[in-house]
Write a protein that binds this ligand. Sequence first.
Ligand code: HEM
Length: 543
Amino acid sequence: MLWQLNFFGCIYRLLVLFRLPHPPEEGWILGSAPTMLRKDHHRALSAWARQLGPVYAIRIAFWHLVVVVDAELANIILGNQEGLNKALEPDLSDTLLSHRRGHRTMFSADTNSPYWRLIRKGTAPAFITANIKRGFPDVIAILDRVVANMAALPSGTELDMNNVTLRIALDVTGMVGFAKDFRTCASFKDSGTDELFTIIQKTFRELYCRTSNPARPYMLWLSEVREARRLFRTFKSRMAELVQEVKARGELAKDDVSIAAHLLRLRDPISNEPLPDDLLAGEFGLFFSAGIESAGNAISWTLYLIQQHPAVEAKLAAELDEAGLLVTAQRPLPRAMEYADLGRLTYLNWVCKEAMRVRPVAATGSTRYIKHDMTVGGYYLPKGTMVDVPFYAVHHHPENWADPDTFDPDRWAVQHAELASAKDSHSKLREESQDITVDAQAAAKRFLPFSTGPRRCIGQSLAGIMHDASVAQLLCHFSFQLAPRMGGPEGVDRQEINRLTLQPGAGMWMTFKPRTDTKDTLELLTPALEENGTMYGRTAKEL
Ligand code: HEM
């Protein structure tokens, strides 16, 4: 009976949704599947929105996905907790995270489920500004290590900055969230501290392959599938060990505001018991997996875009200089960056936001199931319809942003530039949706790198300080050039891959020049060097 209902529901939706504009299809059965499986499908979603309008549908066999790119409608879809639920393939993230068959973590749990509410509400205080601020010295200490390592490299060295920024994201998440120093930035080569780093990269690659090939988990004749199965288990073991390590530190201090402490303090609302260790390990894993690829890749894109725009780099360097943070011949030992600097470095903030607008790492966006019939942008969408808000396409749609493909940090000078109601946006669909309230229109955002609504990124504040501080610290010490092996901006675009996150497909290789004599920089960073012991087999003295 259920099967029949689903079947007839599917056919009904198929017929109703045919009224929406569709992109050209590649065969009756395949529909738009071949394009959606491409590594640059985010660009196709954006190009289709320009051709078809900001609400359209794509079909794959008997299944439809409605795509909403209009900023105000996107906010309705993502902001509506009761009528819509997060739609994702739960098995995918749970393969990596869940320690209990059938149990979902905060990431895949239903928005209306008591479990999601418990974890979301319980961990949110870890991310309030006052608490995140306390992690800032750790962020700077990690960045000092990175700068010291880079300064020690021979001039002209080509370095994969994507590898470096992913390391930063891992170490920052470890230190600020779990008081655990993974030391992946202590060296850029495997110095025995790279296990978790490698596991996260390889397991993410495997999860991505599974998005396009549901049979892949069973293709055990492939060595990488077998290796991934082993790594999924190892990741879970490492997270279970981390839970034990945190517990072994003894009773939680009252002022411990880390993510780990908030998770450990949680109580089951019915039994009033603490969360069992296996569920804690799943949530620990979630914060690592959600934070590292996203923040690491975002920092890489920002470095790349700055490097591609010399005028932006010059303006940024001038701002850092004026703040007394830039290394110069007259100031080889600038003062240490403080948390308050992030609030004062306005241009840095614009540059980081603009980079996240142009290359949002969650490029495919977020998907929701419609739980009751809705009218969106003048189109009737029956219950059960799946709707996607692709963030790359939202950020590149001319009705949301003027001249959307241009990297222009100055656009952030407009007051409330992130809102859909800002001066330079001109959405036409506002009046045509029955579900938009006046408040939603007023507050609707056209800048959605962290999504919006109840399932928006909980780690946004941590991501923000890590992103801005990393870009600032790296730029204070070095200027960057794209390495010839990247093939210029065309090569970067060609290699770009949207693999769960939007990332450089073959690294982000760059050369870098210290802003002043390396010796001076090393002197400045000697404490960080001493703490690390050696770099590339040399001690601080030898360097
Ligand atoms: C630039 C960096 C980051 C970006 C662009 C980003 C983006 C996002 C987006 C778009 C979502 C919503 C996904 C969806 O609706 O399907 C999300 C969810 C999430 N993010 Fe982030 N994120 C970043 C960094 C972080 C960090 C540093 C952490 C924590 C350490 C984190 C933890 C999470 C968690 C736990 C969720 C799930 C929230 C829920 O389902 O309630 N993220 N992130």
